[in-house]
Write a protein that binds this ligand. Sequence first.
Ligand SMILES: [Zn+2]
Length: 283
Amino acid sequence: MSATPARRILAVVPVLALLALSACTAGGTIHARQITAKQPTPSAPPSTSPSPTVKPTPGSLDWYVSQVPTFPEAPPPQPVPLPATGAAQFWHRLPTDQKVAFITIDDGGLARPPAVPDFIERAHIPVTMFLNSPAAREHTDYFRRIVAAGGVVENHTITHTSLSGRSYDYQKREICGAADTLETLFGTRATLFRPPFGNHDATTLRAAHDCGAKAVFHWTETVHEGKVRYQTPEKVVRPGDVLLMHFRPALMDDLLAALKAIHRAGLTPALLEDYVLTEAPTT
Ligand SMILES: [Zn+2]
């Protein structure tokens, strides 16, 4: 559903780069970003230009941006094919050997740290948001800012109740209802679905498919209050892994922790939708 090529992190180098920025006049050619990807998308310089003599204050947006590692370029996506069945594909992680991992952010109702959209935009962090539709409706402008920075909105039901064991009609109401609202708010139909708490059954996969979802994603790591918790014994992010965090007060720290873990693993953060979907929804 994303027409853009894989999002790429353009990491930022703090001190020297900021000095370079100070020499950057309007329309100049010096950029503060250390570009690891190919050509950056047309973009304005950072909206705030810190003084060259002052290091970013820890905890400030400039500081978070300065802490983002420099990543290798994400490989050109080889999207994983999906079986044509009457049910959505379920995955804990994307079955790929490509050296990418994926950041996902869930819910949306609890907290929306104000600096997050700017952080995502300035550090070019690719994110997939699994939103509950009432939160999306109530805070649409916030999530639209993240969409404008390259983020993608996906489906996480209306009421965030556990779907496993519920009737097809109940599950379809929760999934299609949220998909309809999200499509109205953001203009595109969600093609991925994440069941609340990860709880799902065969009915969930059928209902998700009938509501337009191609794949249903669990996760392989969770990130909370700046700490990555691995669900696998290897304690390392592997290619295709899906990192789960939430719109909670520490989301800035969670994003940074996820980026550092992905970097430690020798991978590059990429947009999940670029590596999984090749066609528009058929339902
Ligand atoms: Zn949730």
